[in-house]
Design a protein around this ligand. Structure first.
Ligand code: IDP
Ligand code: MG
Length: 139
């Protein structure tokens, strides 16, 4: 499998619940490497742009309110299968369907507050990393 990069967001619910260390620990223990990181209070424009693919969904307003509700820890992680394998570590979008052992399956119950974001394809990863980070923030 190819070495890939993914945008990871430790979302405001995870920050409020003091789960940033737990979540980052699981990602690091799986073997992924941190290439960039910053704590951001997401504004409406960034939230709407990041989640633009969901603009027409009934939960879009709730989703943007959620992602702008408190600090988010944005990260770029790298490793083999950093897209698909990392999304397995994160677990299914709806925590009710997420397998025990995954981050969402162990630590979350509902949506939109499902703790963590991981890019869903190489194209999404490229778009999202460019949206959240400048080139010189990647180490
Ligand atoms: P993903 O985060 O697993 O990639 P997406 O389908 O891209 O899932 O949805 C983006 C985010 O929108 C989810 O992580 C979750 O926070 C929120 N979300 C998705 N579906 C719903 C819903 O039906 N109700 C409320 N929030 C939702
Ligand atoms: Mg998604």
């Amino acid at each position: 499998m190819a070495v890939e990069r993914s945008l990871v967001l430790i979302k405001p619910d995870a920050m409020a619940r003091r789960l940033a260390g737990e979540i980052l620990g699981r990602i690091e223990q799986r073997g992924f490497l941190l290439r960039a990181g910053k704590l951001i209070r997401v504004d409406r424009e960034l939230g709407e742009t990041h989640y633009a693919e969901h603009k027409e969904k009934p939960f879009f307003g709730e989703l943007v309110r959620f992602i702008t509700s408190g600090p988010t820890l944005a990260l770029v992680v790298e490793g083999e299968g950093a897209i698909t394998t990392l999304r397995k570590t994160i677990g299914a979008t709806n925590p009710a369907d997420a397998e025990p052992g995954s981050i969402r399956g162990d630590l979350a119950l509902a949506m939109p507050d499902n703790l963590v974001h991981g890019s869903d394809s190489p194209q999404s990863a490229q778009r999202e990393i460019a949206l959240w980070f400048t080139d010189d923030e990647l180490v």
